[in-house]
Design a protein around this ligand. Structure first.
Ligand SMILES: [Zn+2]
Length: 130
């Protein structure tokens, strides 16, 4: 079991092991968050009248990576988000104990949470970490 740090956007489904799926940045998610629209065919499942050629595509949807995209330290999380635009005051950082199940689209760990240690809003997290 390891400790992970995740920024949980305010518009994501509630933080839980069941909702622990990662998608590439900015993609459109299915209702349960476990799949995203295929980028090859824009979610239509077809390309030029043929079935979509993306091997991960199932009728326009591709499976997400299991586990929440997260970082192994507070510094890494701040650096990871640094180039992406600052999170808002409603976005929370979740510090949790969990196990890494995979690697995300940016090479970051993806983990399924087992126990939440604390949650705090982004500005407080940054203030405490700096
Ligand atoms: Zn497709």
């Amino acid at each position: 079991m390891s400790i992970f740090y995740r920024l949980h956007w305010s518009d994501c489904p509630p933080f839980s092991a069941e909702n622990a799926w990662s998608a590439s940045w900015g993609s459109t998610r299915s209702a349960d968050g476990s799949q995203t629209e295929c980028l090859t065919c824009d979610g239509t499942g077809e390309l030029d009248g043929e079935p979509c050629s993306d091997r991960d595509c199932e009728e326009g949807w591709t499976d997400c990576v299991a586990g929440y995209s997260c970082c192994a330290s507070a510094d890494e999380l701040i650096a990871y988000l640094g180039g992406r635009g600052e999170p808002g005051a409603d976005d929370t950082v979740v510090v949790f104990e969990g196990r890494q199940v995979d690697t995300g689209f940016d090479g970051e760990p993806t983990a399924v949470p087992e126990r939440v240690i604390e949650t705090l809003i982004w500005p407080d997290f940054v203030a405490r970490s700096s």
